[in-house]
Design a protein around this ligand. Structure first.
Ligand code: SAM
Length: 504
């Protein structure tokens, strides 16, 4: 059918999402001494099915000492990331529009990391076998595979809605965007007609409401591929075992935070079978949390243990992603609440406002509750691992080149909302309006007025509480407030992270 390649949507480009869990130094922090990479050495990182490749470009800019590779079957995606790499002078980023099998035969090096985000559950059995073969051929011993995928049972209740919408799209008229709108309208009409499916499944009705608000480019890829297979963890683990992979860690600190509180419930419910069989224990974990998406790090047997320490001596460096005012008393970043030891967490963030610091020195004044406070801050994404100063000047140069492009792009569109960070070897999420403020600072013009000029020229409005503000005066006033808060709280942080390099 028109609009699909091998059952995959190609008529509509994917969104330009930034995925923090793909960052190599976040993976290294999750893996500790088993990490296959270290800051003072180059490494090879491959992302399969990278979409628009925005995260890949950010990582390449922030790690000029390493080499980044990747493929995507959509030529427009490949052209996009190639354009970024060429214009930002990212000579360490090489991409291809070949499918997994052909790409696997393309004379590639061995990889330390192979990452797939939102790919495994969106391709069919043939492509999944090709992915396993690719990993078997190209992952180094001790290398890591990141898998982000839709998992069961968390996705289970939404599968009938997706079948309904796909059946409608297959029968619809016109281009894919129109058929997608038609499919959503059909589901909405059925609900309005009192369809019992929505009545007995209230979470499905809530999901339909969310979908009605999502951009068509996201919906096209998330729901309208012919292939769409949420997977049980046990099935994924069995598929990857022939490539010598076993589960090593949860990629996100928020998910690692939940491991201890869930452990006892898993053992109580699953008994000896759960104690002896890690894959079965993970299945029980997924029933307990009912999360819809997993982000797993698998490791290939045969690596040298103890080589990947972040700073080389068991000490890790941390940088702040938020200010002490951003610290909540309680929040739920994954499926269980995090209640940080508040005073200690506050003291840690306050200390990090001076700049990145090594873990031992950071924790020294805090006593017993310091490590839990740091883990809670990581779970809340308020701190991130950072790199030693060696190589910083080179990282600053390549990040500055990509970030200048991103500031220019924000004046045209709302799509690539993150900046490369030389201090962390990673990236930090922003909003388009923040990028417009930063573009104004570069030009030496008044930020709120500049942001409004760009938005007004494009017929756009500032949102407050999800609604567009109506008059120009209201838009200007809102932007002035946002600039004032940004200048006070976020801008100093972005400077500490090196994402903004002009002085105050
Ligand atoms: C749901 S999107 C996820 C994109 C990206 N990883 C992200 O999370 O932003 C899946 C991607 O896989 C790509 N893809 C599908 N089949 C492929 C194949 N056989 N070889 C390479 N890429 C493929 C699609 O073009 C699409 O960009």
């Amino acid at each position: 059918m028109q609009g699909w390649t091998d059952g995959y949507v190609t008529e509509i480009g994917y969104t330009h999402g930034f995925h923090a869990e793909l960052l190599p130094w976040s993976m290294a922090a999750a893996l500790g001494p088993r990490a296959p990479i270290r800051p003072d050495a180059g490494f090879d990182y491959c992302e399969l099915g990278f979409g628009q490749g925005f995260t890949l470009a950010l990582m390449a800019a922030a790690n000029p000492q390493a080499r980044f590779w990747g493929n995507d079957i959509n030529p427009a995606h490949v052209a996009h990331v190639r354009g970024l790499a060429t214009r930002a002078g990212l000579g360490n980023l090489t991409v291809s529009d070949r499918g997994f099998a052909e790409y696997g035969r393309a004379g590639l090096p061995g990889f330390d990391i192979i990452a797939l985000h939102g790919v495994w559950s969106w391709v069919g059995p043939v492509q999944r076998a090709e992915i396993v073969d690719f990993i078997a051929r190209h992952l180094k011993p001790g290398g890591v595979v990141y898998m982000g995928y839709n998992v069961l049972p968390g996705w289970g209740q939404y599968m009938p809605l997706r079948e309904l919408m796909l059946a409608s799209v297959m029968r619809g008229q016109g281009g894919l965007p129109d058929r997608i709108q038609g499919a959503l309208a059909l589901a909405d009409r059925l609900r309005a007609a009192g369809a019992a499916h929505f009545q007995v499944n209230p979470t499905v009705s809530a999901r339909l409401d969310q979908l009605l608000d999502r951009p068509v480019a996201y919906l096209a890829h998330e729901y309208f591929n012919e292939n769409w297979h949420p997977t049980y963890f046990t099935d994924l683990a069995a598929s990857l075992a022939p490539a010598g992979l076993s589960l090593a860690a949860q990629a996100r600190a928020a998910d690692r935070w939940e491991e201890e509180p869930r452990r006892q419930a898993i053992l109580t419910a699953g008994g000896a079978a759960a104690a002896d069989d890690p894959a079965f224990a993970e299945l029980l974990r997924d029933f307990l949390s009912n999360r819809p998406f997993r982000r797993d790090l698998f490791i290939r047997v045969g690596g040298q243990a103890g080589t990947g320490d972040m700073a080389g001596q068991g000490d890790r460096i941390w940088a702040a992603l938020g200010t002490p005012r951003d610290l909540p008393r309680r929040a739920t970043p994954a499926t269980l609440p995090v209640e940080p030891p508040f005073d200690e967490a506050h003291a840690l963030l306050t200390a990090l406002m001076q700049g990145p610091q090594a873990e031992q020195a950071l924790l020294a004044p805090l006593g017993d509750r310091g490590p839990a406070a740091l883990a809670a801050l990581a779970a809340l994404s308020l701190v991130t691992p950072a790199l030693p100063e060696t190589g910083l000047a080179r990282r600053r140069e390549s990040c500055a080149r990509l970030n200048a492009l991103l500031l220019a792009d924000a004046q045209q569109a709302d799509r690539m909302t993150a900046l490369a960070c030389p201090v962390t070897g990673g990236a930090v999420e922003t909003s388009r309006i923040e990028l417009l403020f930063l573009a104004a600072l570069e030009k030496g013009t008044e930020p709120a007025a500049f942001a409004w000029k760009v938005l007004e020229a494009a017929g756009q409005r500032v949102l407050r509480d999800g609604r567009p503000l109506d008059t120009p005066d209201r838009n200007r006033a809102e932007l002035a407030d946002q600039w004032e808060s940004f200048a006070r709280r976020r801008l100093p942080l972005l400077r500490l992270l090196g994402a903004v390099q002009q002085d105050g």
